[in-house]
Design a protein. Structure first.
Length: 154
């Protein structure tokens, strides 16, 4: 496989990243009946790129962006051992590059950034029924902690 580099995203990457967001939402719609119909956004990517407590990363191969992710520093609940954690999201790798360790490289980059911010706890959310994603994160060392449940009342 060609070399893959991970770098901080810039506003010049915005159009590609908006496309990734669209692909993520498309992939997740079958797992989440609560998502609105039509065009939606999960993220304010332009704002995140400039925010000091967020690191948006992109993976590049042959001068083409092939993946993304972010880490956002958040305050933790007061009863936890850690005061802050880095919440990971916007994790995406183009389908033709999946299974090649690129997501791990993105997470490693974001983990190093979190450590540079004196944060050593990483968290993320993944749909329980999205088994390929669950398995990929478990392979990287994440473990299930809590299951969020929902119910529509009529």
């Amino acid at each position: 496989m060609e070399d893959v580099t991970i770098r901080e995203a810039t506003l010049a990457d915005l159009d590609i990243l908006l496309g990734f967001e669209k692909d993520i939402i498309s992939t997740e719609r079958p797992f989440d009946p609560t998502l609105k119909e039509g065009h939606i956004h999960y993220y304010d990517i332009a704002w995140m790129i400039g925010a000091p407590h967020v690191e948006v990363a992109v993976a590049e191969s042959e001068q083409q962006i092939i993946g993304s992710g972010y880490a956002r520093i958040e305050d933790s609940k007061i009863y936890l051992k850690h005061q802050r954690h880095a919440f990971l999201g916007f994790m995406f790798v183009k389908p033709s590059y999946r299974g090649k360790g690129i997501n791990k490289k993105i997470i490693d980059f974001l983990a190093r950034w979190a450590l540079s911010q004196n944060v050593s706890e990483l968290k993320l959310e993944v749909y329980n029924d999205n088994l390929p994603a669950v398995n990929a994160y478990e392979k990287q060392g994440f473990s299930k902690l809590l299951v969020q449940m929902r119910m529509e009342v009529k």
